[in-house]
Design a protein around this ligand. Structure first.
Ligand code: KG4
Ligand code: ZN
Length: 367
């Protein structure tokens, strides 16, 4: 029996390592022969304190912090799962896209463990891990339409199968999480910006400020958030010095504008892909990435899904933000599909899921 066929027969255990940005994470995930997943351990150490004073993630500090604690976090994830390295079926490490220093730390550690344990190695695309997380949480398999909204990316993808992604849209400037973070910063709120803006918006009046709804009605479902962030800055300057209520109202208005813009873009993509699903089949719509933790956005997207007869799937917040379980799960999915990597697999600071996608007009480096 081939290794590939053998893997399909039994439960596999995958150790996953995530170091692409400012979270050092490791996890062990089990994947049964029925394709269902289970998290045995999932340890995330945020580098929040190391970067706080700089108002953003400092790549060199991130890499050093990963170096200092990754060994311990990997050991803890194995211990919590109640297994040793000998028990895992494979080792997966996020190998891009992300900050190169951190990626090197994670990938080299993953390769060393795989080599020492005589296990297959999987160089996982961090975006693919976000894209496949619903397989772990909801046992949902492709095809599905997906909105990926994180600190570095904002994309609409058609997930055809494991390893096959069609990018339908991307941001032409800032990522949505980045827009939340920059808005938080300019309003004097803490990091990470997304939860801070969401928290402040809860007691705000969105109608007080008339902010633009970027890209509304455009023929292609791309996104843009840089102008919205600038509009918040101008609105804030007009009412400065800002009271607690001013900040709350600005956050609520920002979140409402984001919701309207994203809803319009998603609705367009839903119209486009509706025909790509088999007649009569339920059409799944997945939202993932750190910003998927935002309750206001989730509520708006639930409405859009309802209107277009899609079912909404959003992993729980702890699995939407960066974690090792999503890397382990993507590794497991790749392993059963025979998609292992050799030790020469590079780390890739840029690694688009759809290599055929053309740059969107006006796109910055993140697209
Ligand atoms: O996926 P993620 O953990 O890391 C990246 O791969 O980028 O996403 C982090 C981003 C940050 O920009 C953070 O502010 C945003 O997700 N975020 C949120 C919320 N929680 C995290 N944005 C809006 N509302 C939230 N509740
Ligand atoms: Zn991420």
């Amino acid at each position: 029996m081939s290794a590939h066929a053998n893997n399909l027969m039994k439960t596999i255990l995958v150790l996953g390592i995530e170091t692409s940005c400012d979270e050092t994470a490791a996890a062990v995930v089990a994947r049964g022969s029925d394709g269902k997943g289970r998290i045995l351990s999932n340890i995330v150490r945020s580098q929040f304190d190391e970067h706080k004073v700089y108002g953003g993630v400092v790549p060199e500090i991130a890499a050093r912090a990963h170096t200092e604690c990754l060994d311990r976090i990997v050991a803890a994830s194995l211990a919590e799962a109640g297994i040793s390295l000998a028990d895992v079926s494979a080792v997966a490490a996020a190998s891009g896209p992300g900050l190169i220093g951190g990626l090197i730390v994670g990938a080299i550690t993953g390769k060393a463990l795989a080599l020492a344990g005589g296990k297959p190695f999987l160089a996982v695309n961090h975006l693919e891990a976000h894209a496949l997380t619903v397989g772990l949480t909801d046992a949902l398999q492709p095809p599905y339409l997906m909105l990926l909204v994180s600190g570095g990316h904002t994309q609409l993808l058609f997930v055809e199968s494991v390893g096959v992604y069609r990018r339908l849209a991307t941001t032409i400037d800032d990522a949505l999480g980045e827009a939340f973070d920059k808005t938080a910063k300019l309003l004097g709120l803490g990091m990470p910006g997304g939860p801070a803006v969401e928290g402040a918006a809860a007691s705000g009046n969105a109608a007080r400020f008339d902010l633009p709804r970027p890209m509304l009605g455009r023929a292609e479902p791309h996104f843009s958030f840089a102008g919205l962030k600038t509009a918040v800055r101008h609105a804030a300057a007009k009412v400065a010095p800002l009271s607690h209520q001013d900040v709350a109202d600005l956050c609520a208005a920002f979140q409402a504008a984001v919701g309207a813009s994203v809803a319009d873009r998603v609705a367009l993509a839903m119209q486009t892909v509706s025909d790509w699903f088999p007649e009569g089949a339920r059409k799944p719509f997945v939202v993932a990435g750190g910003v998927a933790a935002n309750k206001a956005l989730k509520a708006v997207l639930a409405g859009v899904a309802e209107d277009h007869e899609f079912s909404l799937h959003v992993p729980p917040p702890a699995l939407c933000t960066d974690n090792g379980a999503m890397i382990a799960w993507a590794g497991a999915e790749r392993l059963v599909n025979g998609l292992t990597d050799d030790f020469a697999a590079p780390v890739r600071p840029r690694w688009p899921l759809d290599p055929t996608a053309q740059p969107a007009q006006g796109a910055g480096v993140k697209a």
